[in-house]
Design a protein around this ligand. Structure first.
Ligand SMILES: Nc1nc2c(ncn2[C@@H]2O[C@H](COP(=O)(O)OP(=O)(O)OP(=O)(O)O)[C@@H](O)[C@H]2O)c(=O)[nH]1
Ligand SMILES: [Mg+2]
Length: 213
């Protein structure tokens, strides 16, 4: 199928959700800008970042919604976050157990906004560079991810060596969305009807440049 020169670029809206301070802004910055921001302030409402990626000859605009973790900075925006969302990234901090146990609240909020089951979701444990401070064991996170049918990524927005792993989070979702949406007449039943991938952990050795799904 020939690509027309002026074919519009598709846009996928991906929201990043989780407690304040887990590193949502840093992760989205790493993916869209390629660097770790020196200093961040708590996000108010939402910050938009975007990156155009090319997959199998198609240019896709990934619109990342970096949402606020603090209740007071997000309450007026929540409806906007979930409207027409294509994929959801849930983030916790591997050095803070409460950010992991709160995931169930974030998942409930997402479910409460009627996000269709075909909308892919992934789980991200961030700040893995703080090796001596880890509170959330991988085994526990993996169990949780499995129970919720999500892939698990453990990564660091800070460590440059982990940047491919950060990219893999978003590229994995784009690959899934692209596959889902290229199947005609499957949009309403495609995702749940597909075989569900097993949750697994991506380490530095895997997922290089290719679709990790
Ligand atoms: N060591 C380490 N620190 C990180 C990492 N990611 C983020 N941080 C730090 O964690 C703090 C919070 O990061 P943010 O990205 O602003 O957190 P957030 O989730 O966007 O917070 P809200 O906007 O309030 O919801 C900052 O001091 C970051 O420098 C990481 O991978 N490793
Ligand atoms: Mg933020």
């Amino acid at each position: 199928e020939a690509t027309l020169p002026y074919e519009p670029t598709r846009i996928f809206k991906i929201i990043v959700i989780g407690d304040s301070n887990v590193g949502k802004t840093c992760l989205t910055f790493r993916f869209c800008g390629g660097t770790f921001p020196g200093k961040t302030e708590a996000t108010i409402g939402v910050d938009f970042r975007e990156k155009t990626v090319e997959i199998e000859g198609e240019r896709i605009k990934v619109q990342v919604w970096d949402t606020a973790g603090q209740e007071r900075f997000r309450k007026s925006m929540v409806e906007h976050y979930y409207r027409n969302v294509h994929a959801v990234v849930f983030v916790y901090d591997v050095t803070k157990m409460s950010s992991f146990t709160n995931l169930k609240t974030w998942i409930e909020e997402c479910n409460g906004h009627a996000v269709p089951p075909l909308v892919p979701r992934v789980l991200v444990g961030n700040k893995c560079d703080l090796k001596d401070l880890i509170q959330v064991p991988s085994s526990l996170a993996l169990k949780f991810a499995d129970a919720h049918n999500m892939l698990l990524f453990e990564t660091s927005a800070k460590d440059p060596q982990e940047s491919q792993n950060v990219d893999a989070i978003f590229m994995c979702l784009v690959c899934r969305l692209k596959a889902q949406r290229s199947l005609p007449c499957r949009d309403t039943e495609g995702w749940p009807a597909q075989p569900q991938p097993h949750s697994r952990r991506l380490d530095e050795a895997s997922g290089k440049g290719s679709c990790p799904c």
